[in-house]
Design a protein around this ligand. Sequence first.
Ligand SMILES: *[C@@H]1O[C@H](CO)[C@@H](O)[C@H](O)[C@H]1NC(C)=O
Ligand SMILES: *[C@@H]1O[C@H](CO)[C@@H](O)[C@H](O)[C@H]1NC(C)=O
Ligand SMILES: *[C@@H]1O[C@H](CO)[C@@H](O)[C@H](O)[C@H]1NC(C)=O
Ligand SMILES: *[C@@H]1O[C@H](CO)[C@@H](O)[C@H](O)[C@H]1NC(C)=O
Ligand SMILES: *[C@@H]1O[C@H](CO)[C@@H](O)[C@H](O)[C@H]1NC(C)=O
Length: 512
Amino acid sequence: MLLPSSRSGDHLLETLPHWNKSQRWAIFLSLWLAFLWLPETAGFTLNCHKMCICASNIVSCSKMNLSVVPTGLPHYTTVLDLSYNEIVLLRSEWTSVKLPNLHNLLLNHNNLHFLSSEAFTYVKHLRYLDLSSNKLQMLDEFTFEPLVNLEILLLYNNQISQIDRSAFITMINLQKLYLSQNMISRFPMELIKERSRLEKLTLLDVSSNKIKVLPIDELRTLPAWIKNGLYFHNNSLLCHCDLYTLLAHWEIRKLNPVLDFKDDHTCILPGPQKTQVGVFDLSGESMNCSTFKEEAEETYLEQTVHLKCDTRRRNMVKTWMLPGNVLVSHGSNQSATVEPDGNLKISPVRSEDSGTYTCFAMSENFNETIYVVLKVHNFTMHGSGETLNTAYTTLVGCLASVVLVLMYLYLTPCRCFCCPNKGKTRGEDSIHSSMLSVTPTHEDPALKAELNRHVAFMDSKDSQGQNGKLNPNGDEDEDDQDAEAGSLMKGKRKKSVAESISSVFSDTPMVV
Ligand SMILES: *[C@@H]1O[C@H](CO)[C@@H](O)[C@H](O)[C@H]1NC(C)=O
Ligand SMILES: *[C@@H]1O[C@H](CO)[C@@H](O)[C@H](O)[C@H]1NC(C)=O
Ligand SMILES: *[C@@H]1O[C@H](CO)[C@@H](O)[C@H](O)[C@H]1NC(C)=O
Ligand SMILES: *[C@@H]1O[C@H](CO)[C@@H](O)[C@H](O)[C@H]1NC(C)=O
Ligand SMILES: *[C@@H]1O[C@H](CO)[C@@H](O)[C@H](O)[C@H]1NC(C)=O
């Protein structure tokens, strides 16, 4: 243990090199005496005897009932342990001096509920920051901004419900982010998805939060080395066969989140009871999800295909074997070549290229073998084009008929909304136009046309109904047919029925 006073003396001597030796000693002595006199108010230099344990560059103030961060921390501190205290806030001026060597800061098990947005401006070289087991509720945009060197950030067991989307964006060296046991309800996809992701992040833990929905399609396309460190068990996810399929795939790939926490992957069944079931039970009785099977890559003759060697670790050395255990070697005249990113490119594909390909991936302490099944269809894309052509023709046909119908509708004499002047000359039509004006003006003209057609079509029924009491039934039928359609459309249609009385006169002959 170092004496704090002698340490401060050294520091002074270094900073005042031009003073002569006796002057230096005088100052040193007077300071030392001052510390002897006022041991309690040593705001200038940390009193290691009282509050902390100082072991060269480690300052440990754990379990000292501190309510504020001690002042006067030595500038050479590399590890500062303030865990298990009663610290409530971390102000911007919690350290008055820069601590350029500080790389570990432990603040776990305090009562922190607030972090100043400038709390970390003097400790830019932090690599490890533990804020777990506190009472933090939100993470704003700027708090972590200076921490460009941070590698590990522990935020588990807080009460975080709000995270700004750019809260972590500057931490380009972040490798592990622990956010479990909070109240997060949104999955922070921006941290891991292509383009916006933190390049070095290999572990993201959002387990035991309040997430209801996962972006499953986006998760599916992530490389395996990201998925391998993506923990989201024990949330309030809604059950869905897609969720089961995703996790079943992860299980086959032996990814850690499923390997280590299989039983903790639960979800809530739809329905009022909110029954919680295991995701892996969804293929059984609870939801009858179809059992997951790894699918083969499919391609056609003469195409180019890229087979991925999607390893669970990054930066592995990859070699490929063709079906029949032929090694893909550099510079031979094989149609398959290994690309710089480790994927296998086959171009052009021949029918005998079907089969199981093997990728051996090696790194210092981990080896992995990945099998990819390739299925080559025995015809080219041209051959299969016929079905496409048929579909295309049908589509064009449909479009043409829609255009014809529209032309037909718009070219009929006097739709009142397109020639209001004419409408005013006749009593019945003026009623009609005022009713039409109730409908929103921003609606799609095509929709309007359809509406009008509908009006005319209902008219024939309606006129019958007025005589033979068929109208209510007709109306119900209409509702049944539209049960699936949007309520907006339904509303409009109902209105159109009301309008139909006024439009009997001019429209009936044209559409029916
Ligand atoms: C901390 O404070 C509590 C009560 O305030 C006391 O019981 C305990 O002894 C204190 N611990 C230390 C290390 O001073
Ligand atoms: C699941 O399938 C089984 C048999 O195929 C059937 O008896 C059961 O009712 C189905 N369960 C659900 C929830 O659909
Ligand atoms: C290269 O291709 C030709 C014909 O496609 C074949 O006869 C020859 O054996 C191949 N050479 C090697 C080294 O595979
Ligand atoms: C990985 O494979 C190589 C070559 O087969 C072997 O020498 C090495 O020991 C293996 N490493 C591990 C961690 O299994
Ligand atoms: C595809 O065609 C080749 C010969 O052209 C034949 O040997 C092969 O069996 C065919 N494969 C299938 C799946 O029909």
